[in-house]
Design a protein around this ligand. Structure first.
Ligand code: ASP
Length: 478
């Protein structure tokens, strides 16, 4: 069959073009908010946060389309003559959201993310079980795990050090006006302790863990299952190993099929992000310029200098080749802001393009996407010092050592989903006694920074798989 030139364009180029067009689309069709009588047809059903007087009053308002959530909420509050509470704001924004052109394309992104999430659990289970079952001896399983964990801990610690050095030199927080702190709403900060997270690695009910996509629990169960396959009689062992190898092959084929739609999916996701934040983009560029530059500069240094050094020294690999092999996964991570949603693409690139065996990648990539987050770790360290600088609080070297340790724990505990890193900043801020409201200073730019740090998270996971594979004597393409 003859393929058109467009189809032949490499996938990463297609994704880049999709991102470019999506940015233009989002800027041209920014999301607006408006009240019309119809706004409340649907809204009324869900309006349990409003009393009947407020609903009747709201039904009378007809507002002009307003760009930007804040401006719209202010106009409604003025009309009602009283401030709205956070839950009311959330409902109202949902009901009054108005962007017909975006709704034609938004569903590409929704469907793409659904497809990626759909395959996460079966893919992780089959890749880990078949990977571990093929490792065969407890000794090599122990060795591979040890190397992987050693890489995760050292690369993340270096990332935090890079962040701390950047923030100490550039001092982006000095002179920031803390009166501009945005109210921290709609974010449920974490209260779970690190010890509880450790306990929860062992699930009470594995089916509940599957249903809730509880990654660490699924990974733990799959490692156990894979390991005990190696401990049973040869005949059964072969049967189960073949079964999970075959399932894994099917899952990889499904992944490949879904990956083909990445440009469309990414288009929908990026168009929505830009359209919804169009009013904010100017502010993002100005107000927090120095803070964002510090984070992006630190991330770039870690991704372009530190990790390549790891690759070169510990993995004897060419970083440029690994980068080229991983382009699709990196762009997917960047656009979706989710290392978990990107797992399937990362696995596919690491196996098919870098040539890492399923034995190693099947285990290291899902684990890395859950616990190894260099970008997030680096960001956590910078946030703590930025807030300290903005509030004029001096953090001693001992305090910064606590930041290093808690940022590492926070990055391990953060889930591979959008904005998880922001939620985990509480862990670091609490440890050194910094004001939690300080998070309000960085809220507006977090969506954008999340994209960069997620790409670095996935980059580090991929390089970890390559380094471990090389150290185990595998012959790779990179
Ligand atoms: N979004 C990041 C990830 O999925 C986590 C974070 O928010 O830092 O890797």
């Amino acid at each position: 069959m003859k393929r058109s030139k467009f189809v032949k364009l490499a996938l990463h180029w297609q994704i880049l073009i999709a991102i470019g067009i999506a940015v233009g689309f989002g800027l041209y069709f920014p999301t607006q908010y408006k009240c019309t009588p119809e706004t409340f047809d649907d809204f009324r059903l869900k309006a349990d946060e409003f009393n009947s007087f407020e609903i009747t009053a709201l039904e009378q308002i007809i507002t002009d389309p307003t760009q930007g959530e804040a401006a719209f909420l202010t106009s409604v509050e003025q009309y009602l003559g009283k401030p709205l509470v956070p839950k009311q704001k959330k409902q109202l924004l949902k009901a009054a959201r108005h962007n017909p052109p975006l709704s034609w394309v938004e569903w590409f992104g929704i469907l793409f993310l659904k497809a990626l999430r759909m395959i996460i659990v079966p893919l992780i289970i089959s890749s880990i079980i078949s990977g571990i079952a093929n490792i065969n001896t407890a000794d090599s399983l122990g060795r591979i795990s040890l190397k992987t964990i050693l890489y995760y801990l050292s690369s993340s610690s270096f990332a935090i050090l890079v962040g701390l050095i950047f923030v100490n030199i550039l001092k982006p927080g000095i002179g920031v006006d803390i009166n501009l702190t945005q109210e921290v709403e709609n974010i449920e900060f974490t209260s779970g302790s690190f010890f509880n997270t450790l306990l929860n690695i062992v699930p009470d009910n594995i089916f509940k863990a599957f249903a809730e996509q509880d990654m660490l629990a699924i990974i733990f169960f799959s490692i156990m299952f894979g390991f005990f396959i190696t401990q049973i009689q040869t005949k059964q062992k072969e049967l189960l190993t073949n079964f999970f190898n075959a399932t894994n092959d099917v899952m990889m084929k499904m992944t490949l099929f879904i990956i083909r739609f990445t440009p469309l999916g990414v288009f929908g996701i990026v168009a929505k992000t830009i359209a919804d934040n169009a009013d904010n983009l100017g502010n993002m560029a100005q107000g927090l310029g120095m803070y964002s530059l510090t984070v992006i500069g630190g991330l770039a240094f870690h991704a372009l200098v530190v990790i390549p050094l790891f690759l070169y020294i510990a993995g004897r690999s060419n970083p440029l080749k690994v980068y080229r092999a991983m382009r699709t996964a990196l762009l997917t991570a960047f656009s979706t802001s989710s290392s978990a949603a990107t797992i399937s693409v990362t696995l596919q690139n690491v196996q098919q393009k870098c040539g890492v065996s399923n034995k190693i990648s099947g285990f290291t990539i899902p684990l890395g996407a859950t616990v190894n987050m260099d970008g997030t770790a680096l960001y956590e360290g910078i946030v703590a010092l930025f807030i300290a600088q903005a509030y004029g609080i001096d953090l001693t070297i001992a305090d910064q050592a606590i930041v290093l340790i808690t940022a590492l724990l926070a990055s391990i505990g953060a889930a591979g989903i959008p904005m998880a890193g922001l939620v985990m900043t509480t862990v670091v801020l609490t440890a050194v006694g910094l004001p939690l409201e300080g998070v309000g200073l960085i809220l507006s730019v977090d969506k954008i920074l999340d994209m960069f740090r997620t790409a670095v998270n996935v980059w580090s996971d991929s390089c970890g798989a390559v380094i471990v594979a090389k150290s185990e004597g595998e012959h790779l393409n990179v």
